[in-house]
Design a protein around this ligand. Structure first.
Ligand SMILES: O[C@H]1[C@H](O)[C@@H](O)[C@H](O)[C@@H](O)[C@H]1O
Ligand SMILES: [Fe+2]
Ligand SMILES: [Fe+2]
Length: 306
């Protein structure tokens, strides 16, 4: 049984509130055993970007820089550069350990090192979906792309690595966090990019859409180029897990094709665990490590090119 506790002062947008309501009817809620907490570690609702907390100002400043700098041209350049995968050679677990030193400045709900978040997400989803081992591994690796912040991966600034993602090359949907800062983006004024479809055609498929650059697209690229045997739903979850305007607010559906629609179901399941498992309760790494090493061995080569 799933208990949904809702707090009227959450500060979630109408669109987000609607999705939470809708979720009560889905099979996810019926067969999951997941308790949705009503507050994050700071005592606020999750993803409340206006709550006055010690993190609010930093997070807003992060999104200002993100919206100003993530342009169509920038993403094109980054995809080309990082597509070469010529920086580092290492295993998936080695990469998890690197995340010990990474803290995400875009996140209002978490200030723990990222390795905690990976394990918290994976262990929570494993509890409710014990037979979907691919989903456990997907959870473990979904944020590994945040290594882009480290010097050996180019030491990119936070605005180019973390935060929610969104399409470039067409109009920015109003549901995107701190939408007002898009007025400082050159793309906002470019007539080729600021219409509903922009450079895209109806139902062209998300695969053909240029998403803002960051840890999602990078990790997708790494997994794919290193020939993972994870299913397509796993790659979709990794690639679009920060695309909240799609999976929470139902924007940009006109760009999806049929395969995207199918995969989105898994992404919505995944998102619950990604978001609501964030807490100060630490996972015992040594205890769970052998299990995750066995999954890594099943779905990935021993060493990957990054
Ligand atoms: O701040 C968070 C964080 O960066 C997550 O890793 C990302 O997936 C979310 O979309 C974002 O809101
Ligand atoms: Fe993420
Ligand atoms: Fe995450």
């Amino acid at each position: 049984m799933t208990i949904l506790i809702r707090n009227p002062d959450f500060g979630v947008s109408a669109a987000e509130e609607k999705r939470v309501d809708e979720e009560e009817d889905t099979e996810l809620v019926l067969d999951g055993g997941f308790l949705v907490p009503y507050a994050n570690s700071f005592g606020n609702g999750f993803r409340d970007y206006d709550a006055e907390t010690e993190r609010q100002e930093g997070v807003e400043n992060f999104y200002k820089l993100n919206h100003m700098n993530q342009t169509y041209d920038f993403v094109k350049k980054m995809r080309k550069e990082y597509g070469q995968l010529n920086r580092v050679e290492m295993s998936i677990w080695e990469c998890c350990e690197l995340l010990n030193d990474v803290v995400d400045e875009s996140d209002p709900d978490l200030d723990e090192p990222q390795i905690e978040h990976l394990l918290q997400t994976a262990e929570a989803i494993r509890k409710d979906y014990p037979n979907e081992d691919w989903l456990h591994l997907t959870a473990l690796i979904h944020d590994l792309g945040k290594v882009l912040l480290l010097p050996s991966f180019g030491g990119l600034p936070q605005w180019a690595v973390v935060g929610d993602t969104y399409p470039l090359g067409c109009a920015f949907d109003e549901s995107i966090v701190h939408h007002k800062y898009f007025m400082e983006s050159p793309d906002y004024y470019n007539p080729a990019y600021n219409t509903k479809y922009g450079v895209y055609s109806p139902n062209c498929g998300l695969d053909n859409v240029m998403m803002s650059w960051g840890h999602d697209d990078y990790m997708y690229l790494v997994a794919k180029a290193n020939n993972t045997t994870l299913p397509s739903a796993a790659l979709f979850v990794i690639r679009y897990h920060s695309f909240y305007s799609l999976h929470r607010s139902d924007a940009y559906k006109h760009l999806m094709n049929e395969e995207d629609v199918e995969n989105l179901k898994w992404l919505r399941i995944f998102n619950k665990y990604d978001l609501y498992s964030k807490s100060k309760v630490r996972v015992n790494v040594d205890k769970v490590k052998p299990y995750y090493l066995s999954l890594i061995e099943k779905y990935f080569p021993a060493k990957l090119q990054w």
